[in-house]
Design a protein around this ligand. Structure first.
Ligand SMILES: Cc1cc2nc3c(=O)[nH]c(=O)nc-3n(C[C@H](O)[C@H](O)[C@H](O)COP(=O)(O)OP(=O)(O)OC[C@H]3O[C@@H](n4cnc5c(N)ncnc54)[C@H](O)[C@@H]3O)c2cc1C
Ligand SMILES: NC(=O)c1ccc[n+]([C@@H]2O[C@H](COP(=O)([O-])OP(=O)(O)OC[C@H]3O[C@@H](n4cnc5c(N)ncnc54)[C@H](OP(=O)(O)O)[C@@H]3O)[C@@H](O)[C@H]2O)c1
Length: 401
């Protein structure tokens, strides 16, 4: 079975109950993909996509700053390989996570995580594998929590079932019982509902990598990129409102938006909304990616807004277009004086994207700027950013993951 096949009707576990009820995580709306563009160009190391989903008839509403929850599905090729290794019929009847009977192949496509092994399966295999070399190797991994963590981190169920091919599960149900149910993924909404009635736009960095000689992909981003068909209502979605990542109520306030990579998504929504509302405040966007030629996500849109005077400041950090890396925080530091004056003038500062490295470095850059431009002591600068901006005035807002 190839990877491009159409998915069968959604699992009863994910099927929404009809009309009247409002759609939610436990009752997602089946949305239809109406536009699918690749944002990164030929030769890029990234695969970042723009998706437009039709929400018409769902009653779903959102505001800039909200996220869309989506349930992915496993690659049919991965599912078929797992079933082949197990030696069961794809039509065997098993229960889905809600205890409803469904066919094995259908359950593995839609209801359980297959692209990353879990700890439970390793114990289950150790209980079923015959004495011998494979069992000894497995026990060494299973008996040490940190090596078990490392082991499963880079492996899917095909990797595991191939490596321990002496294991036999007594029934499809015994295998299914070890799996983790699919959980939804969140995507920052990249559109304003006022600008695009009935639609929701997403900017998704597709997760792709190779481990143990095999190609892997993210459950939800891989599903959206590789296994969705246009104009078919089969993408389970719901709106996840943000608690605090919101535009200022007062449209006269300036906003500074720092969003490298797919982190730029909510700022497309912010800008569309500010333009729709005729907000008088200035808009400053700081965007970064690897190469201008291939990774300038929504580049034409930003440049047009800039030309029209709707994007008042626009700074770019293409990290790999020169010998030394240039990141968004370098642009913040280069423009420290102006940034400080915007902040002193009451501007809101937003950051979205990678939590682990980028957001941490941007946070540090803000503290450095408060110290240098505000003449604050190191402690005073940290207090200004961590307490005054973030907690008291709530105008340093983060959507990082
Ligand atoms: C509030 C919020 C908003 C978000 N908004 C966006 C957005 O707008 N756009 C966006 O693209 N993402 C966004 N994300 C991230 C998104 O939710 C998913 O986490 C992301 O798309 C990956 O999900 P997936 O199902 O495709 O991958 P998964 O199936 O979850 O796989 C990802 C996992 O694969 C493993 N992995 C990845 N690379 C490698 C590697 N090289 N080697 C070994 N293992 C690896 C890691 O364990 C990683 O955790 C957001 C997250 C949150 C919480
Ligand atoms: N949780 C998940 O499973 C998951 C999956 C996918 C994406 N994400 C997150 O989604 C976000 C967007 O991913 P993306 O691939 O579009 O973009 P990204 O990985 O954030 O990369 C965008 C730009 O940021 C640069 N960068 C790297 N380290 C940085 C740092 N410390 N400070 C500032 N900039 C830095 C990159 O440069 P270089 O590449 O040249 O270093 C690149 O130019 C990221 O936060 C990523 O971690 C998470």
């Amino acid at each position: 079975m190839d990877d491009t096949m159409t998915f069968p009707a959604i699992s009863p576990a994910l099927a929404p109950t009809p009309a009247t009820t409002s759609y939610s995580r436990s009752n997602p709306f089946l949305a239809e993909l109406v536009r699918h563009d690749r944002l990164t160009g030929l030769g890029s190391l990234k695969d970042t996509r723009h998706f437009v989903l039709n929400l018409a008839g769902s009653g779903l509403a959102y505001v800039p700053g909200d996220s869309l929850g989506t349930f992915g599905a496993n690659s049919p090729a991965l599912v078929d390989e797992v079933i082949g290794l197990l030696g069961f019929s794809p039509n065997a009847i098993v229960n889905d996570p809600q205890g409803r009977p469904t066919m094995l192949r259908h359950a593995l496509l839609h209801a359980y995580t297959l692209n990353r092994a879990n700890r439970k399966i390793m114990s289950a295999i150790s209980e079923r594998i015959p004495q011998g070399e494979q069992r000894n190797g497995l026990m060494e991994i299973v008996d040490n929590s940190s090596s078990l963590g490392q082991y499963i981190d880079t492996r899917d169920y095909v990797d595991v079932l191939k490596e321990f091919d002496q294991v036999r599960f007594e029934s499809p149900a015994a295998f299914i019982a070890q799996l983790s149910p699919v959980t939804p993924r969140l995507y920052s909404i990249a559109s304003s509902l006022d600008a695009h009635p009935g639609e929701v736009h997403l900017c998704v960095a597709v997760v792709r990598y190779d481990t143990h000689g095999r190609h892997k992909k993210g459950l939800a981003s891989g599903f959206l990129a590789d296994h969705t068909n246009m104009f078919v209502k089969n993408i389970p979605v719901y709106v996840q409102p943000s608690r605090a990542f919101r535009l200022p109520k007062d449209g006269a306030r300036d906003i500074i938006m720092c969003g490298p990579g797919a982190g730029v998504a909510p700022f497309r929504a912010f800008l569309e909304q500010r333009i729709f509302d005729g907000a008088k405040g200035r808009n400053w966007l700081i965007f970064g990616e690897q190469h201008r030629n291939t990774d300038f996500l929504y580049g034409d849109e930003w440049l047009n807004y800039q030309k029209q005077g709707k994007l008042h400041r626009f700074d770019l950090a293409f990290s790999r277009d020169q010998a030394q890396k240039i990141y968004v925080q370098h642009r913040l530091l280069e423009n420290a004086r102006e940034l400080w004056s915007w902040l002193q003038n009451g501007a809101y500062f937003y950051v979205c994207g990678d939590a682990k490295h980028m957001a941490r470095d941007v946070h540090q850059a803000l503290i450095t700027i408060a110290e240098k431009e505000g003449g604050l002591s190191p402690g005073g600068a940290a207090e200004y950013v961590n307490v005054t901006l973030m907690k008291t005035e709530k105008r340093y807002l983060r959507d990082v993951y």
